[in-house]
Design a protein around this ligand. Sequence first.
Ligand SMILES: Cc1cc2nc3c(=O)[nH]c(=O)nc-3n(C[C@H](O)[C@H](O)[C@H](O)COP(=O)(O)OP(=O)(O)OC[C@H]3O[C@@H](n4cnc5c(N)ncnc54)[C@H](O)[C@@H]3O)c2cc1C
Ligand code: SF4
Length: 341
Amino acid sequence: MNPYSYHRADSLEDAVRALAASPDARIVAGGTNLVDLMKYRVETPAALVDITRIEALNGIAETEDGGLRIGALVPNTVVAEDARIAERYPLLASAILAGATPQLRNAATTGGNLNQRTRCYYFYDIKTPCNKREPGTGCGAIGGVNRIHAILGASEHCIATHPSDMCVGLAALGAEVRIQGPNGARSIPFADYHRLPGDAPERDNTLQAGEIVEAVILPAEAEAYAAHHSYLKLRDRLSYAFALVSVAAALDIRDGQIASARLALGGVAHKPWRREEAEALLVGGRADEAAFAAAATSLLAGAEGREHNGFKIDLARRAILRSLRQAAAGTPQSQTDKRIA
Ligand SMILES: Cc1cc2nc3c(=O)[nH]c(=O)nc-3n(C[C@H](O)[C@H](O)[C@H](O)COP(=O)(O)OP(=O)(O)OC[C@H]3O[C@@H](n4cnc5c(N)ncnc54)[C@H](O)[C@@H]3O)c2cc1C
Ligand code: SF4
């Protein structure tokens, strides 16, 4: 590893000041992604700002308008096991439990999971070109091995996918990201938090310099999806593997009709992939195969396969249909018994 300075911040203000003092600084929380990247010399920060002692980033609490606030430092395990999350937002618990291993989920934090970097092999290998790691050097994956790469929203500069499971659940639930930074506090709707690569793939999200994720807010209205949801993750091994394709499906079914719907895909784009048009196709009708097929076609509109990842388009379509069936029937994908029913 390269030498770096280390500052353990004792408040949010202190952390924001420390980040401003060293533009090349990185925030460290659980360290399960950042420290790996430092060992591979993908990340070579001049300074680390440790936020793990900041009390304001802890805890899960009710918001004034009936939602829940999850502090950025709350470990993934704690979120997934919280009784309020399990009862009101079980889709989020399921998405988190589909990720990594119990040991990793104990160390991984909400803010770190949101900001974890792509698992593109070329990004991790500093001997290969990568526009995300080193802008302007090219993309090793486009003409290389691209089995795990994006089929939606990619650009000629980068075809990486966002690796998080938790974020796919948060996208479907319409969460909001609370930020603190040099210009004060602000909120970003989840759909606008992660970026598509465009011509600046080195930027994963819309955080500005020196900003810190303080919390994620789950809106009260997303409780409507508690009875009919499913997080379906398809991967090469049953556990301890990132998604080739994942689907978060959430339906609010009243008197046999879909009152509202959310669908988000993981493993297919630089961010959790949602299209309101696809969701709108489900609303107002019954939860049947014709509606599911129309939504899948719409959500996958424009999907493009490359040499090794073309299979993902059909895989995603089938996964959307299966996840919607599971959600409609109220029989969500189990994250302990991972066999696909
Ligand atoms: C072997 C392995 C398998 C895995 N499998 C999966 C999987 O299947 N699904 C999945 O979703 N994840 C998986 N992960 C990823 C894991 O979930 C992430 O590493 C973890 O969530 C990151 O959290 P952390 O607190 O350790 O972050 P850190 O490593 O501390 O930080 C990660 C990034 O987030 C930034 N950051 C941290 N906190 C904040 C904040 N509050 N504000 C702004 N930026 C911040 C850091 O600067 C850094 O860039 C796996 C990881 C490993 C090592
Ligand atoms: S897909 Fe993106 S992350 Fe992977 S090599 Fe290309 S530019 Fe780098």
